[in-house]
Design a protein around this ligand. Structure first.
Ligand SMILES: [Fe+2]
Ligand SMILES: [Fe+2]
Length: 358
């Protein structure tokens, strides 16, 4: 390991507080939506299921779960060099994604309070969960001598506007993929405890149940809004969101394969498993899902990874900006083409279940 990497070269806002990772197409986003449209939504056709989910949220199974125990109280200096850097990046990405959920759900809870009380309470209780998750991850970052200023993040990040329908597709998928990511890591480390180099992974089993319940909530909302799921546009959008979520995760994770190696996982195998599971789960509510077993599916994503590697090399070189642009162009074009071809792979039709309570 290179000595100069012992203290990771992260920029700090002030000592110990990390400058948030720069926004790119691959970093977690913050969302906002049309709150009035959300408030006008009629959820009566699936009210019983939503009420049952609300009862589960109120029970608060993980009330006492997120407590740092003695195992955290030691020096983590032995996780050093590149592994330390990758660890911090993993914790930061996870914390930002959790915090993004917190902000959106909190705001929804506030704005729907008087107009749609069941939904408002569900959003408030989900924001409670996400605040715990984000806080726990941020505390973990401080074991590596850095943390995020979440107040600063709230003000400095840009917010993406999605209409409610798209918020549901995106949050449903991010909750369910979050569930599969956490549980897959947990089960792997349960079978191979020698790779559990940091205690946070022990918390993932109960933690992921929060994400699973959040995903079920969005599943129930979408079922209550059949118009979001039952036309040809819904099929196109389902494919779009599935592909965006899978491609983003795959490109991120394969580029950080060393992090997964540090906990004994092969990033590619891990992602393939998470994608298969999430795709199968999505088939319970989306009108179509992707054919992820198509032989071109990962081949094309691998071409995008190779393109990203070349783009990063070009970006690092000492070449004039204009020249860089022309050097980069073919790789951008190639990745866009791969993604288009992936989008056009014939999807798998799912028997309609929307409009019907589970
Ligand atoms: Fe979460
Ligand atoms: Fe969640």
């Amino acid at each position: 390991m290179v000595d100069s990497l012992k203290k990771p070269a992260f920029e700090e806002i002030r000592p110990g507080v990390k400058v948030p990772a720069k926004d790119t197409i691959l970093t977690p986003r913050f969302y906002t939506t049309d709150f009035d449209e959300m408030a006008r939504m009629d959820i009566s056709c699936n009210e019983d299921e939503l009420q049952a989910i609300l009862e589960e949220f109120r029970t608060d199974y993980n009330r006492h779960h997120f407590v740092r125990d003695a195992e955290f109280e030691q020096s983590w200096a032995h996780i050093d060099g590149e592994t330390r850097q990758l660890f911090i990046e993993f914790l930061e990405r996870s914390c930002t994604a959790e915090f993004s959920g917190f902000l959106l759900y909190k705001e929804l809870g506030r704005r729907l309070k008087d107009k749609s009380p069941v939904l408002a309470e569900c959003f408030n209780l989900m924001s409670r969960d996400e605040a715990r998750h984000a806080g726990f991850l941020n505390k973990a970052m401080s074991d590596f001598d850095l943390s995020l200023d979440l107040g600063f993040l709230t003000k400095s990040k840009s917010y993406t506007f999605f209409k409610p329908k798209f918020i549901f597709y995106a949050t449903y998928l991010s909750e369910k993929i979050g569930y599969w990511r956490y549980i897959t890591i947990f089960r792997h480390l349960e079978a191979h405890p020698e790779h559990r180099i940091y205690p946070i992974f022990r918390f993932f089993e109960n933690w992921c149940q929060d994400e699973n319940r959040h995903g079920d909530f969005f599943d129930a909302i979408m079922r209550a809004q059949p118009q979001f799921l039952n036309d040809w546009q819904a099929k196109l959008w389902s494919r779009f969101f599935l592909l965006s979520v899978f491609a983003t995760m795959y490109l991120n994770d394969i580029q950080r394969a060393d992090f997964y190696r540090a906990i004994g996982l092969d990033a590619r195998e891990y992602d393939i498993e998470v994608i298969e599971k999430t795709n199968a789960t999505a088939a319970r509510v989306f009108p179509v899902v992707l054919n992820v077993e198509h032989p071109e599916f990962y081949q094309r994503l691998d071409v995008c990874i190779e393109n990203n590697r070349k783009l990063a090399e070009i970006a690092k070189a000492q070449t004039p900006k204009l020249l860089k642009f022309f050097q980069k162009l073919p790789f951008y074009t190639s990745s866009a083409w791969q993604l288009l071809k992936l989008y056009l792979i014939k999807p798998i039709e799912v028997a309609p279940t929307h409009g019907t309570p589970r």
